[in-house]
Design a protein around this ligand. Structure first.
Ligand code: ADP
Ligand code: MG
Length: 423
Protein backbone atom coordinates (compact mmCIF):
# COMPACT_ATOMS: atom_id res chain seq x y z
CA UNK A 1 0.00 0.00 0.00
CA UNK A 2 2.70 2.44 1.02
CA UNK A 3 4.57 1.82 -2.23
CA UNK A 4 1.62 2.24 -4.53
CA UNK A 5 2.35 5.89 -5.10
CA UNK A 6 6.09 5.70 -4.48
CA UNK A 7 7.75 8.46 -6.41
CA UNK A 8 10.12 7.28 -9.13
CA UNK A 9 13.69 8.58 -9.15
CA UNK A 10 15.15 8.63 -12.67
CA UNK A 11 18.62 7.06 -12.58
CA UNK A 12 21.44 8.33 -14.73
CA UNK A 13 23.07 5.86 -17.14
CA UNK A 14 26.78 5.28 -16.41
CA UNK A 15 29.14 6.07 -19.32
CA UNK A 16 30.05 2.46 -20.03
CA UNK A 17 26.47 1.32 -20.16
CA UNK A 18 25.39 4.30 -22.27
CA UNK A 19 28.18 3.58 -24.74
CA UNK A 20 27.24 -0.08 -24.90
CA UNK A 21 23.55 0.58 -25.41
CA UNK A 22 24.09 3.26 -28.07
CA UNK A 23 26.56 1.00 -29.91
CA UNK A 24 24.09 -1.86 -29.76
CA UNK A 25 21.24 0.24 -31.15
CA UNK A 26 23.53 1.55 -33.88
CA UNK A 27 24.73 -1.92 -34.93
CA UNK A 28 21.24 -3.37 -34.86
CA UNK A 29 19.85 -0.50 -36.93
CA UNK A 30 22.57 -0.03 -39.54
CA UNK A 31 24.34 -3.40 -39.56
CA UNK A 32 27.85 -2.12 -38.86
CA UNK A 33 29.85 -0.61 -35.98
CA UNK A 34 29.92 3.13 -35.13
CA UNK A 35 33.12 5.20 -35.20
CA UNK A 36 32.64 6.12 -31.55
CA UNK A 37 30.21 7.20 -28.83
CA UNK A 38 29.87 10.70 -27.38
CA UNK A 39 27.54 12.09 -24.76
CA UNK A 40 26.19 15.41 -23.60
CA UNK A 41 24.31 16.24 -20.39
CA UNK A 42 20.93 17.77 -19.69
CA UNK A 43 21.08 20.68 -17.29
CA UNK A 44 19.28 22.44 -14.51
CA UNK A 45 19.45 26.16 -14.26
CA UNK A 46 19.97 27.13 -10.62
CA UNK A 47 18.82 30.71 -11.08
CA UNK A 48 18.60 33.32 -13.85
CA UNK A 49 15.47 32.31 -15.78
CA UNK A 50 14.41 34.02 -19.01
CA UNK A 51 17.53 36.15 -18.74
CA UNK A 52 19.66 34.63 -21.51
CA UNK A 53 17.83 36.33 -24.37
CA UNK A 54 17.91 39.58 -22.39
CA UNK A 55 21.74 39.60 -22.42
CA UNK A 56 21.60 38.69 -18.73
CA UNK A 57 23.18 36.18 -16.37
CA UNK A 58 22.29 32.58 -15.59
CA UNK A 59 23.77 29.78 -13.52
CA UNK A 60 23.29 26.22 -14.81
CA UNK A 61 24.84 22.93 -13.72
CA UNK A 62 25.20 19.89 -15.97
CA UNK A 63 23.21 16.83 -14.91
CA UNK A 64 24.57 13.30 -14.54
CA UNK A 65 21.67 12.47 -16.89
CA UNK A 66 23.00 12.38 -20.41
CA UNK A 67 22.24 11.65 -24.04
CA UNK A 68 24.59 9.17 -25.73
CA UNK A 69 25.17 9.18 -29.48
CA UNK A 70 26.86 6.41 -31.44
CA UNK A 71 27.83 7.84 -34.81
CA UNK A 72 29.69 7.04 -38.01
CA UNK A 73 30.46 9.41 -40.89
CA UNK A 74 29.17 8.66 -44.40
CA UNK A 75 30.72 9.22 -47.83
CA UNK A 76 27.53 10.80 -49.15
CA UNK A 77 25.41 13.65 -47.74
CA UNK A 78 22.70 11.49 -46.23
CA UNK A 79 21.84 11.59 -42.53
CA UNK A 80 20.08 8.71 -40.78
CA UNK A 81 19.05 8.89 -37.13
CA UNK A 82 17.35 6.54 -34.69
CA UNK A 83 16.45 6.98 -31.01
CA UNK A 84 15.94 4.42 -28.25
CA UNK A 85 12.59 6.07 -27.65
CA UNK A 86 11.31 4.56 -30.89
CA UNK A 87 14.02 2.08 -31.95
CA UNK A 88 12.08 0.69 -34.92
CA UNK A 89 11.89 3.96 -36.76
CA UNK A 90 14.82 5.44 -38.71
CA UNK A 91 14.52 9.02 -39.99
CA UNK A 92 16.55 10.03 -43.03
CA UNK A 93 17.42 13.39 -44.54
CA UNK A 94 19.51 14.61 -47.47
CA UNK A 95 21.89 17.37 -46.42
CA UNK A 96 22.62 18.52 -49.97
CA UNK A 97 20.22 21.35 -50.78
CA UNK A 98 18.58 21.17 -47.35
CA UNK A 99 16.93 24.41 -46.25
CA UNK A 100 16.01 25.82 -42.84
CA UNK A 101 12.95 24.04 -41.49
CA UNK A 102 13.36 21.29 -44.10
CA UNK A 103 13.36 18.41 -41.59
CA UNK A 104 10.32 17.74 -39.43
CA UNK A 105 10.02 15.96 -36.08
CA UNK A 106 12.77 15.12 -33.63
CA UNK A 107 15.28 14.37 -36.43
CA UNK A 108 15.47 18.13 -37.04
CA UNK A 109 17.63 18.49 -33.92
CA UNK A 110 20.56 16.24 -34.94
CA UNK A 111 20.26 16.82 -38.70
CA UNK A 112 20.10 20.56 -38.08
CA UNK A 113 23.54 20.46 -36.47
CA UNK A 114 25.14 19.01 -39.62
CA UNK A 115 23.12 21.48 -41.69
CA UNK A 116 24.39 24.43 -39.59
CA UNK A 117 27.98 23.20 -39.93
CA UNK A 118 27.62 22.99 -43.70
CA UNK A 119 26.02 26.46 -43.77
CA UNK A 120 29.20 27.65 -42.04
CA UNK A 121 31.18 25.90 -44.81
CA UNK A 122 32.71 23.33 -42.51
CA UNK A 123 33.69 20.07 -44.25
CA UNK A 124 30.86 17.88 -42.96
CA UNK A 125 29.24 15.05 -44.93
CA UNK A 126 26.43 12.71 -43.94
CA UNK A 127 26.26 10.43 -40.91
CA UNK A 128 24.43 7.54 -39.29
CA UNK A 129 23.58 7.98 -35.62
CA UNK A 130 21.82 6.18 -32.78
CA UNK A 131 20.71 7.95 -29.57
CA UNK A 132 20.15 6.55 -26.09
CA UNK A 133 19.09 9.01 -23.39
CA UNK A 134 17.88 9.23 -19.81
CA UNK A 135 17.19 12.97 -19.94
CA UNK A 136 13.43 13.38 -19.64
CA UNK A 137 12.00 14.99 -22.79
CA UNK A 138 10.25 18.33 -22.61
CA UNK A 139 10.71 18.60 -18.84
CA UNK A 140 12.77 21.77 -18.78
CA UNK A 141 15.99 19.77 -18.33
CA UNK A 142 17.17 20.38 -21.88
CA UNK A 143 17.01 17.05 -23.64
CA UNK A 144 17.13 19.05 -26.87
CA UNK A 145 20.53 20.59 -26.09
CA UNK A 146 21.79 17.20 -24.87
CA UNK A 147 20.91 15.93 -28.34
CA UNK A 148 22.28 18.81 -30.41
CA UNK A 149 25.45 19.17 -28.34
CA UNK A 150 26.26 15.45 -28.39
CA UNK A 151 25.73 15.51 -32.16
CA UNK A 152 27.94 18.57 -32.59
CA UNK A 153 30.75 16.98 -30.61
CA UNK A 154 30.50 13.70 -32.52
CA UNK A 155 30.54 15.42 -35.93
CA UNK A 156 33.42 17.64 -34.83
CA UNK A 157 35.39 14.54 -33.95
CA UNK A 158 34.69 12.32 -36.98
CA UNK A 159 35.14 15.21 -39.41
CA UNK A 160 38.28 16.45 -37.59
CA UNK A 161 36.99 19.99 -37.22
CA UNK A 162 39.06 20.49 -34.07
CA UNK A 163 36.60 22.58 -32.06
CA UNK A 164 35.63 20.10 -29.37
CA UNK A 165 38.92 20.02 -27.49
CA UNK A 166 39.01 23.62 -26.25
CA UNK A 167 36.52 25.83 -24.45
CA UNK A 168 36.87 28.46 -27.17
CA UNK A 169 36.26 25.86 -29.89
CA UNK A 170 33.22 24.59 -28.07
CA UNK A 171 31.67 28.03 -28.36
CA UNK A 172 31.67 27.47 -32.14
CA UNK A 173 29.96 24.10 -31.70
CA UNK A 174 27.44 25.74 -29.38
CA UNK A 175 26.50 28.18 -32.12
CA UNK A 176 25.82 25.21 -34.45
CA UNK A 177 23.62 23.57 -31.80
CA UNK A 178 21.71 26.82 -31.28
CA UNK A 179 21.24 27.30 -35.03
CA UNK A 180 19.87 23.77 -35.29
CA UNK A 181 17.25 24.38 -32.60
CA UNK A 182 16.29 27.85 -33.81
CA UNK A 183 16.39 27.39 -37.56
CA UNK A 184 15.87 23.68 -38.27
CA UNK A 185 13.71 22.54 -35.33
CA UNK A 186 11.99 25.93 -35.12
CA UNK A 187 12.34 25.92 -31.32
CA UNK A 188 13.47 29.32 -30.11
CA UNK A 189 16.41 29.09 -27.68
CA UNK A 190 18.61 31.69 -26.09
CA UNK A 191 21.87 29.78 -25.61
CA UNK A 192 21.81 28.90 -21.92
CA UNK A 193 21.13 25.20 -22.53
CA UNK A 194 23.85 24.62 -25.10
CA UNK A 195 26.48 26.51 -23.11
CA UNK A 196 25.58 24.46 -20.05
CA UNK A 197 25.81 21.14 -21.87
CA UNK A 198 29.16 21.96 -23.47
CA UNK A 199 30.91 24.04 -20.80
CA UNK A 200 29.76 23.07 -17.29
CA UNK A 201 32.36 21.30 -15.14
CA UNK A 202 31.88 18.59 -12.50
CA UNK A 203 31.35 20.11 -9.05
CA UNK A 204 30.84 23.58 -10.53
CA UNK A 205 28.02 25.85 -11.56
CA UNK A 206 28.58 27.84 -14.73
CA UNK A 207 28.06 31.56 -14.27
CA UNK A 208 27.18 32.49 -17.84
CA UNK A 209 27.07 36.08 -19.01
CA UNK A 210 24.95 36.39 -22.15
CA UNK A 211 25.98 39.97 -22.93
CA UNK A 212 26.78 40.09 -26.66
CA UNK A 213 30.36 40.60 -27.76
CA UNK A 214 32.10 38.89 -24.85
CA UNK A 215 34.90 36.45 -25.62
CA UNK A 216 34.66 32.83 -24.39
CA UNK A 217 37.10 33.75 -21.65
CA UNK A 218 34.96 36.63 -20.51
CA UNK A 219 31.51 35.12 -20.65
CA UNK A 220 31.80 32.26 -18.19
CA UNK A 221 33.24 31.68 -14.76
CA UNK A 222 33.19 28.38 -12.92
CA UNK A 223 31.67 28.62 -9.43
CA UNK A 224 32.17 25.96 -6.77
CA UNK A 225 28.97 24.00 -6.34
CA UNK A 226 29.85 21.08 -4.12
CA UNK A 227 26.57 20.37 -2.36
CA UNK A 228 27.75 17.25 -0.53
CA UNK A 229 30.52 19.23 1.16
CA UNK A 230 27.82 21.52 2.54
CA UNK A 231 25.53 18.69 3.65
CA UNK A 232 22.98 19.58 0.98
CA UNK A 233 21.17 18.03 -1.96
CA UNK A 234 19.46 19.51 -4.98
CA UNK A 235 16.18 17.77 -5.60
CA UNK A 236 14.69 18.00 -9.09
CA UNK A 237 11.03 17.12 -9.54
CA UNK A 238 9.64 16.79 -13.04
CA UNK A 239 5.99 17.73 -12.61
CA UNK A 240 5.01 15.79 -15.78
CA UNK A 241 2.35 18.47 -16.24
CA UNK A 242 0.56 17.99 -19.55
CA UNK A 243 2.38 19.66 -22.39
CA UNK A 244 1.18 23.15 -23.07
CA UNK A 245 1.42 25.01 -26.33
CA UNK A 246 4.22 27.19 -25.04
CA UNK A 247 6.02 28.15 -28.24
CA UNK A 248 3.87 31.21 -28.75
CA UNK A 249 4.25 32.17 -25.10
CA UNK A 250 8.03 32.07 -25.24
CA UNK A 251 8.08 34.19 -28.38
CA UNK A 252 5.60 36.60 -26.79
CA UNK A 253 7.80 37.01 -23.68
CA UNK A 254 10.82 37.69 -25.86
CA UNK A 255 8.96 40.21 -27.98
CA UNK A 256 7.64 42.08 -24.94
CA UNK A 257 11.17 42.34 -23.52
CA UNK A 258 12.47 43.71 -26.81
CA UNK A 259 9.66 46.25 -27.07
CA UNK A 260 10.20 47.39 -23.50
CA UNK A 261 13.95 47.74 -24.06
CA UNK A 262 13.28 49.90 -27.12
CA UNK A 263 10.91 52.12 -25.15
CA UNK A 264 13.54 52.52 -22.44
CA UNK A 265 16.11 53.44 -25.07
CA UNK A 266 18.45 50.50 -24.42
CA UNK A 267 19.59 47.58 -26.55
CA UNK A 268 18.55 45.00 -23.99
CA UNK A 269 17.22 44.75 -20.45
CA UNK A 270 20.63 43.85 -19.08
CA UNK A 271 21.60 47.47 -19.62
CA UNK A 272 18.74 48.52 -17.34
CA UNK A 273 19.93 46.14 -14.61
CA UNK A 274 23.54 47.28 -14.94
CA UNK A 275 22.79 50.99 -15.02
CA UNK A 276 20.73 50.84 -11.85
CA UNK A 277 23.20 48.58 -10.05
CA UNK A 278 26.07 50.90 -11.01
CA UNK A 279 24.50 53.85 -9.19
CA UNK A 280 22.63 52.00 -6.41
CA UNK A 281 25.38 49.53 -5.54
CA UNK A 282 24.22 46.68 -3.32
CA UNK A 283 21.69 48.79 -1.43
CA UNK A 284 18.34 47.02 -1.97
CA UNK A 285 16.16 50.07 -1.40
CA UNK A 286 18.21 52.22 -3.78
CA UNK A 287 17.94 49.45 -6.37
CA UNK A 288 14.21 49.21 -5.88
CA UNK A 289 13.89 52.95 -6.32
CA UNK A 290 16.03 52.94 -9.46
CA UNK A 291 13.94 50.13 -10.88
CA UNK A 292 10.70 51.92 -10.05
CA UNK A 293 11.90 54.99 -11.93
CA UNK A 294 12.58 52.87 -15.01
CA UNK A 295 9.24 51.06 -14.72
CA UNK A 296 7.41 54.39 -14.42
CA UNK A 297 8.53 55.13 -17.97
CA UNK A 298 6.64 52.11 -19.31
CA UNK A 299 2.99 52.71 -20.14
CA UNK A 300 1.96 49.08 -20.41
CA UNK A 301 1.38 47.19 -17.11
CA UNK A 302 2.36 43.88 -18.75
CA UNK A 303 5.71 45.34 -19.83
CA UNK A 304 6.20 46.61 -16.27
CA UNK A 305 5.84 43.09 -14.88
CA UNK A 306 8.08 41.47 -17.47
CA UNK A 307 10.85 44.03 -17.04
CA UNK A 308 10.64 43.81 -13.24
CA UNK A 309 11.19 40.06 -13.47
CA UNK A 310 14.13 40.25 -15.85
CA UNK A 311 15.97 43.02 -14.01
CA UNK A 312 15.51 41.58 -10.52
CA UNK A 313 16.33 38.07 -11.78
CA UNK A 314 19.65 39.27 -13.22
CA UNK A 315 20.49 40.78 -9.82
CA UNK A 316 19.45 37.58 -8.06
CA UNK A 317 22.03 35.58 -10.01
CA UNK A 318 24.96 37.57 -8.64
CA UNK A 319 23.34 37.70 -5.20
CA UNK A 320 22.95 33.91 -5.22
CA UNK A 321 26.54 33.32 -6.30
CA UNK A 322 27.73 35.51 -3.44
CA UNK A 323 25.41 33.97 -0.83
CA UNK A 324 26.23 30.40 -1.80
CA UNK A 325 29.97 31.04 -1.81
CA UNK A 326 29.64 32.52 1.69
CA UNK A 327 27.78 29.41 2.87
CA UNK A 328 24.62 31.41 3.56
CA UNK A 329 21.97 28.82 2.73
CA UNK A 330 19.10 30.81 4.20
CA UNK A 331 19.83 33.65 1.78
CA UNK A 332 20.50 31.25 -1.11
CA UNK A 333 17.12 29.65 -0.48
CA UNK A 334 15.39 33.00 -0.15
CA UNK A 335 16.72 33.93 -3.60
CA UNK A 336 15.38 30.67 -5.08
CA UNK A 337 12.00 31.53 -3.60
CA UNK A 338 12.07 35.11 -4.85
CA UNK A 339 12.96 33.86 -8.33
CA UNK A 340 10.00 31.51 -8.42
CA UNK A 341 7.58 34.10 -7.08
CA UNK A 342 8.74 36.55 -9.73
CA UNK A 343 8.30 33.94 -12.49
CA UNK A 344 4.82 33.19 -11.14
CA UNK A 345 3.55 36.73 -10.54
CA UNK A 346 5.48 38.94 -12.96
CA UNK A 347 6.67 36.72 -15.81
CA UNK A 348 3.61 34.49 -15.54
CA UNK A 349 5.17 31.30 -16.83
CA UNK A 350 4.26 28.88 -14.03
CA UNK A 351 1.37 26.39 -13.96
CA UNK A 352 -0.49 25.00 -10.90
CA UNK A 353 1.72 21.89 -10.83
CA UNK A 354 4.90 23.99 -10.57
CA UNK A 355 3.43 26.19 -7.87
CA UNK A 356 2.15 23.25 -5.81
CA UNK A 357 5.48 21.41 -6.04
CA UNK A 358 7.36 24.53 -4.96
CA UNK A 359 4.95 25.30 -2.11
CA UNK A 360 5.17 21.72 -0.85
CA UNK A 361 8.97 21.66 -0.93
CA UNK A 362 9.06 24.92 1.04
CA UNK A 363 6.57 23.66 3.62
CA UNK A 364 8.61 20.48 4.02
CA UNK A 365 11.68 22.45 5.00
CA UNK A 366 13.57 23.16 1.77
CA UNK A 367 15.87 26.17 2.05
CA UNK A 368 14.23 27.37 -1.13
CA UNK A 369 12.46 26.03 -4.21
CA UNK A 370 11.73 27.33 -7.68
CA UNK A 371 10.69 26.27 -11.13
CA UNK A 372 13.59 25.74 -13.54
CA UNK A 373 13.64 26.00 -17.33
CA UNK A 374 11.23 27.95 -19.47
CA UNK A 375 8.07 27.14 -17.50
CA UNK A 376 4.52 26.22 -18.65
CA UNK A 377 5.18 22.79 -17.16
CA UNK A 378 8.53 21.10 -16.63
CA UNK A 379 10.52 20.83 -13.43
CA UNK A 380 11.22 22.44 -10.08
CA UNK A 381 14.39 22.40 -8.00
CA UNK A 382 14.65 22.48 -4.24
CA UNK A 383 17.70 23.04 -2.07
CA UNK A 384 17.37 20.56 0.82
CA UNK A 385 19.41 18.99 3.58
CA UNK A 386 21.27 15.84 2.53
CA UNK A 387 19.11 12.75 2.85
CA UNK A 388 15.78 14.54 2.59
CA UNK A 389 15.17 14.45 -1.18
CA UNK A 390 13.16 11.25 -1.31
CA UNK A 391 10.85 12.22 1.51
CA UNK A 392 10.13 15.66 0.06
CA UNK A 393 9.63 14.27 -3.45
CA UNK A 394 7.16 11.80 -1.97
CA UNK A 395 5.20 14.58 -0.25
CA UNK A 396 4.94 16.35 -3.60
CA UNK A 397 3.77 13.14 -5.29
CA UNK A 398 1.16 12.58 -2.59
CA UNK A 399 -0.22 16.08 -2.98
CA UNK A 400 -0.27 15.68 -6.76
CA UNK A 401 -2.25 12.44 -6.38
CA UNK A 402 -4.80 14.17 -4.16
CA UNK A 403 -5.20 16.96 -6.72
CA UNK A 404 -5.55 14.55 -9.61
CA UNK A 405 -2.35 15.84 -11.26
CA UNK A 406 -0.08 13.52 -13.26
CA UNK A 407 2.34 11.51 -11.16
CA UNK A 408 5.62 13.45 -10.93
CA UNK A 409 9.13 11.96 -11.19
CA UNK A 410 12.27 13.02 -9.41
CA UNK A 411 16.00 12.97 -9.90
CA UNK A 412 19.02 13.84 -7.84
CA UNK A 413 21.06 16.65 -9.37
CA UNK A 414 24.80 16.64 -8.83
CA UNK A 415 26.94 19.10 -10.79
CA UNK A 416 28.32 16.83 -13.53
CA UNK A 417 30.83 16.96 -16.39
CA UNK A 418 30.29 18.48 -19.83
CA UNK A 419 29.84 16.77 -23.22
CA UNK A 420 32.66 14.37 -24.03
CA UNK A 421 33.68 11.28 -25.97
CA UNK A 422 32.98 8.07 -24.03
CA UNK A 423 33.97 5.30 -26.46
P1 ADP B 1 13.68 20.02 -23.32
O1 ADP B 1 14.87 20.45 -24.07
O2 ADP B 1 13.43 20.87 -22.12
O3 ADP B 1 13.71 18.57 -22.96
P2 ADP B 1 12.41 20.67 -25.80
O4 ADP B 1 10.99 20.81 -26.21
O5 ADP B 1 13.33 21.80 -26.03
O6 ADP B 1 12.41 20.24 -24.26
O7 ADP B 1 13.05 19.44 -26.55
C1 ADP B 1 12.41 18.18 -26.53
C2 ADP B 1 12.43 17.59 -27.93
O8 ADP B 1 13.77 17.19 -28.28
C3 ADP B 1 11.62 16.32 -28.02
O9 ADP B 1 10.26 16.61 -28.27
C4 ADP B 1 12.28 15.64 -29.22
O10 ADP B 1 11.84 16.20 -30.43
C5 ADP B 1 13.74 16.02 -29.05
N1 ADP B 1 14.52 14.98 -28.32
C6 ADP B 1 15.31 15.20 -27.24
N2 ADP B 1 15.90 14.06 -26.83
C7 ADP B 1 15.48 13.08 -27.65
C8 ADP B 1 15.74 11.66 -27.74
N3 ADP B 1 16.55 11.04 -26.89
N4 ADP B 1 15.12 10.98 -28.74
C9 ADP B 1 14.30 11.62 -29.62
N5 ADP B 1 14.02 12.92 -29.58
C10 ADP B 1 14.59 13.67 -28.61
MG1 MG C 1 15.05 22.33 -25.07
Amino acid sequence: MADENAVEFIDSIPDGEGARRATELFAKTYGYQPAGVWDAPGRVNLIGEHTDYNAGLCLPIALPHRTFIALAPRQDAQARVVSSINPGSVATAELEGLEAGGVKGWAAYPVGVAWAMRQAELPVQGFDAAFVSCVPLGSGLSSSAAMTCSTALALDDVYSLGYGSSDEGRVTLISMAIASENDMAGASTGGLDQNASMRCQAGKALLLDCKPGLTPLENVSQQDFDLAARGLELLVVDTCAPHQLNDGQYAARRATCEQAAAKLGVENLRQVADTIAASAGDDPSARRQGLQEALDRLPDPVEVKRVRHVVTEIWRVTDFVRAFAAGDMAESGRLFNASHDSLRDDYQVTVPELDLAVDTAREEGAYGARMTGGGFGGSIIALVDAGRSREIAQKIADRFARKGFNQPRALAAVAAKPAERVA
